[in-house]
Design a protein around this ligand. Structure first.
Ligand SMILES: [Mg+2]
Length: 207
């Protein structure tokens, strides 16, 4: 029931939920670092392992992964735009929550705006302990946001939300989250945006 969506607060991860980031990273690793790894083979979350980047290559790769030109050219995940537009029009609050470095804010905003993705907030969160002491929100702070639902592909981030918040967590099916702890704690695996939409529209209105 779309009318029940007014005032629901949604956490939307950006990379690999709204943006097709890792497919582009695999292509960039092939072109610039000579790594021939298929997306489907990327069965662990750690990119240094899944792409076979050594300690010298990995920092250069991560820099390239956050270059404005790389971020600006990412494709949108099929179905994400139309579904988010529908929720926005139904009165839901859409919070984009990303583990990208806070320095990528301008390029990220540009991407969201160029693709007309509706959102009420864009938050940079230190999901993986990478930016401590900098201007990113901590996981602890994020737990207090009162989200009704969260959509993530990173199992560790999904698990944190499943364990410490009342949000219904949807785990977006990706090669690197096939072994999931979040699922064991109430997260539901979803196989695309049609599936996301089905689960979200079934949520009870906030009491
Ligand atoms: Mg992600």
């Amino acid at each position: 029931m779309l009318s029940a969506m007014v005032n629901l607060r949604f956490y939307l991860d950006l990379d690999d939920v709204v943006a097709e980031t890792t497919r582009a990273l695999a292509e960039m690793a092939r072109r610039r670092f000579g790594k021939n790894v298929r997306f489907e083979e990327m069965s662990v979350f750690d990119l240094s392992i899944s792409l076979g980047l050594d300690e010298n290559e990995f920092p250069a790769f991560m820099d390239a992964a956050h270059e404005p030109d790389f971020l600006r050219n990412l494709d949108i995940v099929p179905g994400a735009h139309d579904t988010l537009m529908k929720w926005h029009e139904a009165g839901a609050q859409i919070h984009i929550v990303t583990g990208r470095p806070p320095t990528s804010r301008a390029a990220t905003l540009e991407w969201l705006e160029a693709r007309s993705i509706p959102f009420d907030g864009l938050e940079f969160v230190d999901k993986y302990g990478r930016y401590s002491g900098k201007s990113a929100t901590s996981r602890d702070e994020l737990r207090l946001r009162g989200f009704h639902a969260a959509i993530e592909d990173a199992d560790a981030a999904a698990l944190d939300l499943a364990l410490h918040t009342d949000a219904q967590v949807l785990l977006y099916d990706r090669p690197w989250n096939q072994v999931s702890q979040a699922e064991a704690h109430g997260a539901i695996r979803v196989y695309g945006w049609d599936d996301v939409q089905r689960h979200i529209e079934r949520l009870a209105p906030p009491s």
